[in-house]
Design a protein. Structure first.
Length: 261
């Protein structure tokens, strides 16, 4: 039984009513790419009404293998920015998104794009990682926000990263590519509803980092300490990228290389 068949079944083997089942079979991914072409074209046109976009270091995305993209989350617009950056770099992004988004017109679009629902506070919450594992096995790109929500830090530094990204990597061996961005705070400041149009004068930057090296943790990948160390390593890496993009000094709390050091 494949991961996509296992995911989403209750203990009796039945699927939950109305559950969104994700498939990453070649024919389904081909259909998702057709939908993505239309959605991305429209999204890019709308985004360009607010800002220019610059993509940096897309070559860091590994070729020919399933990849985990761990993204900095500081603005409601950044899923659009990161998603467009991946699409324009030749990747179909599969975001882990909260299940409440998978209803109504938006839900139809998300399902058509092959996005992965996260059933929070549910007995089936682990199903999203099963879908993610299946996507990685099929060579797809899975996008995770390690914080699980927008950072609440007043200076936009990353906050507490959950362990799901590290767990997924240590269970699959998939490369983790960190991604950070800067500029959206000038397009849609925190607390505002409507973006500010600056199509000619402002640029939002997306930067992909080199895949994280966690070979030293692989031998003990089943241990909690390895997951904690990799989570801290990812946090510090993304914080460093944000510091570089924003031209600010990296806070001391992000300078320790390993968890607990």
């Amino acid at each position: 039984m494949s991961g996509s068949d296992r995911a989403g079944k209750d203990r009796g083997g039945r699927r939950s009513p109305g559950e969104h089942i994700v498939s990453f079979e070649p024919k389904d991914v081909a259909s998702q790419r057709v939908v993505a072409f239309g959605v991305a074209s429209t999204a890019y046109g709308l985004f360009r009404l607010t800002s220019k976009m610059r993509i940096e270091n897309a070559r860091a995305l590994p070729e020919g293998t399933g990849t985990i993209v761990a993204a900095y989350h500081a603005n409601h617009l950044d899923p659009i920015l990161v998603g467009l950056a991946l699409w324009r770099s030749g990747r179909l992004p599969h975001f882990l998104a909260k299940s409440t988004l998978f209803s109504g017109p938006l839900g139809i679009v998300l399902k058509g794009l092959g996005q992965i629902p996260v059933l929070r506070a549910s007995a089936q919450a682990g199903d999203s990682l099963e879908y993610a594992k299946e996507a990685l096995r099929k060579g797809e790109t899975v996008v995770i926000y390690p914080e699980g929500t927008l950072t609440k830090d007043e200076h936009f530094w990353p906050q507490h990263f959950k362990s799901g990204t590290a767990r997924l990597a240590l269970e699959t061996g998939a490369p983790i590519v960190p991604v950070a961005h800067w500029g959206l705070e000038n397009v849609k400041p925190r607390g505002t509803l409507i973006p500010r149009p600056r199509p000619l004068t402002h640029t939002s930057v997306v930067r992909f980092g080199e895949p994280l090296n966690y070979a030293d943790l692989w031998e003990h990948r089943g241990e909690k300490s390895s997951m904690t160390t990799l989570t801290k390593r990812l946090t510090n890496t993304i914080a460093g990228m944000v510091a570089d993009l924003s031209g600010r000094e990296l806070p001391e709390r992000f300078r320790t290389e390993e968890a607990g050091s």
